[in-house]
Design a protein around this ligand. Structure first.
Ligand code: UDP
Length: 367
């Protein structure tokens, strides 16, 4: 069974790596990796290929940046000839980025089956580009693999046939299981000149938070306030640093000695930073899940989350809106010991990719 696995942006690499590994060790499968090049530089792409032991992609489309429409169109036109040449049995897409939807569309147009890994998640906020990608990809997929059981309710309410839906666990957490024992916490903390539990880790990149001056001013104010009492490490996403720079806010943050405004980190360094911090402030999708798995308190700057299990079962708490006062107050409470206890969600056990491979092997030709 020939599978084309699609990667395009940072959060895809840690989900596809365990799948490609699983497919590659089983002679039933032939596994090809196509990188669309939505993220293409060393810090947002290459480092993950090295660290996650992914092969050099069989095809690199090099689509780069642009409007959603342009990037979608470019991926589709670049991917179609490869699909026709390779004629796979299945195109496997993960998550909710532009590449996910664009490649799924090309596949169904050419009568190739689609598997969507991380299906059924809904924030119910259609202002998020990712929400549209999730809904549309799920509608045209033949195999929908869920990270949390409750996502099935979303899919059934959108009239997706039950036999297509499979609760398998979380491939991103497979990577965490695999690489946690291999990280060198000590080295990373030394590089950052930090001790375990003495700092807060921050990531922010959602357009709703970082695209406006108002949002960025609030984030800057909040970080400057919190940094009066706590060290902060903020690996900054290129989108956020561009916008901060554009609005003239980058300089002040850089001058703050308690805020380490660093480049996006490699996966191994970032999980070392997550595992050892006292609190995570984020708007990332994946980081909400990883902090739940690591049992680290997490405050998420979003009104809704498509990953509700991180709130109902895990350590995540949503901050209804970007209100610096509430965030500062909540941070204080958590660092003073008012910690929400959490548990590891069902099937986040390191075997999601293996369940997906088994399911495909046993049922693909029956569909
Ligand atoms: N991540 C990383 N380095 C960083 C920040 C994040 O390796 O500097 C990892 C993180 O551990 C998670 C993934 O990137 O596995 C999440 O990606 P991102 O936040 O860009 O996307 P989202 O999950 O919000 O779609």
């Amino acid at each position: 069974m020939k599978i084309i696995n699609i990667v395009g942006a940072r959060p895809n690499f840690m989900k596809v790596a365990p799948l490609h590994k699983e497919f590659s060790k089983n002679p039933f499968f032939e596994s090809i990796v196509v990188h669309t090049g939505q993220h293409f530089d060393t810090k947002m792409s290459d480092v993950f290929f090295n660290q996650l032991e992914l092969p050099i992609p069989n095809y690199f489309l090099g689509v780069g940046t642009g409007s959603h429409t342009m990037v979608t169109a470019k991926i589709m036109t670049e991917f179609e000839p490869i699909l026709l040449k390779e004629n796979p049995d299945l195109v496997l897409v993960v998550g909710d980025v532009t590449s996910t939807l664009a490649c799924a569309l090309v596949a169904v147009r050419n009568n190739i089956k689609v598997a969507h890994v991380e299906a059924g998640l809904r924030s119910f906020d259609r202002q998020m580009p990712e929400e549209i990608n999730r809904i549309l990809t799920d509608q045209i997929s033949d195999f929908l693999f869920l990270t949390e059981k409750e996502a099935k309710i979303n899919l059934l309410s959108e009239n997706i046939a039950e036999h297509k839906i499979h609760f398998v666990g979380n491939c991103m957490i497979d990577s965490l299981h695999y690489y946690l024992p291999k990280i060198d916490d000590h080295k990373t903390l030394q590089e950052f000149n930090l001790n375990s539990k003495e700092y807060i880790l921050v990531t922010m990149h959602r357009p709703s938070n970082v695209d406006t001056k108002d949002g960025l001013e609030k984030i800057s104010f909040m970080l400057n306030e919190i940094s009066q009492h706590h060290k902060i490490v903020f690996p900054i996403h290129p989108r956020t640093s561009d916008r901060l720079n554009h609005f003239g806010l980058l300089g002040k943050l850089k001058q703050n000695k308690n805020i380490n405004l660093c480049e996006p980190q490699g996966y191994l360094e970032f999980i070392a930073l997550m595992k050892n911090c006292s609190l995570i402030l984020t708007d990332s999708g994946g980081v909400q899940e990883e902090s739940t798995f690591l049992n680290i308190p997490c405050l998420t700057f979003r009104k809704t989350t498509e990953r509700p299990i991180t709130v109902t079962v895990g350590t995540n708490q949503l901050l209804d809106e970007l209100n610096p006062e509430t965030a500062i107050q909540k941070t204080k409470e958590i660092l003073n010991g008012k910690i929400k206890s959490g548990q590891c969600p069902e099937l986040w056990d390191g075997y999601a990719a293996s369940r997906i491979a088994q399911l495909l092997q046993s049922s693909f030709y029956a569909v």
